[in-house]
Design a protein around this ligand. Structure first.
Ligand SMILES: Cc1cc2nc3c(=O)[nH]c(=O)nc-3n(C[C@H](O)[C@H](O)[C@H](O)COP(=O)(O)O)c2cc1C
Length: 184
């Protein structure tokens, strides 16, 4: 078991080459979500795995400006859920937390398998709903863009995005977000 290695290897790369997506891979990823912890074991997550060429092409129109790189995806995972499907304890709403944990398990598994899994918020939920037939009462929480990393940098990237292909974007210092025993 080497989870730390997958955590270290995971990167939100934006330069892709095509990779074949199989039903076995999708089942493997689904199992990662299935086994994730959730409040009261509510399992609020739902996923659409988009991998057919025609559907992937339709999904180009949902991408926000700056996310054109995602047109090279071999698989787009639509991350779905609704707050009523999970614990709501006074003002604490747990569905995004649980769905985030399940999606993170998938992302780490994809990393372990040598693929890139890049979550994005830059898309139109409305257009995604229309294309994928998602009912209005279900939130489109994120899309995960999956592909095989290309050594050739995608020519559509901005300078900042090119820099991020080469070096991991800077992180806060641990001392700025970790407290020992007491807040500050
Ligand atoms: C919820 C979420 C939304 C994101 N949205 C976008 C996006 O719309 N476009 C994009 O290029 N990257 C997006 N990212 C990727 C982040 O920019 C990236 O994870 C961050 O810069 C750190 O880089 P690293 O993941 O390679 O360490 C998103 C990441 C998360 C978790």
């Amino acid at each position: 078991m080497d989870v730390k290695e997958a955590v270290k290897q995971r990167r939100a790369y934006r330069s892709f080459e095509p990779v074949r997506i199989t039903k076995e891979l999708i089942y493997d990823l689904a199992e990662c979500a299935q086994l994730t912890a959730s409040c009261f074991n509510n399992q609020p997550w739902q996923y659409i795995f988009v991998y057919e060429k025609e559907m992937l092409e339709k999904m180009h129109s949902v991408l926000s400006s700056g996310n054109e790189w995602a047109q090279k995806a071999s698989l787009v995972i639509a991350v779905l859920g609704k707050k009523e499907d999970d614990c709501i304890i006074l003002d604490r709403i747990y569905y995004s937390f649980d769905i985030g944990m399940a999606t993170s398990a998938m992302i780490l598994r994809l990393t372990e398998l040598g693929l890139v899994a890049h979550p994005i918020a830059g898309y139109s939920p409305k257009k995604t709903r229309e294309i994928l037939g998602i009912p209005d009462n279900i939130d489109v929480i994120a899309l995960v863009i999956v592909g095989k990393k290309s050594e050739k940098i995608n020519p559509n990237l901005s300078d900042k995005q090119i820099e991020a292909e080469k070096n991991r974007p800077e992180r806060k210092k641990i001392i700025d977000f970790v407290f020992y025993n007491k807040y500050k």
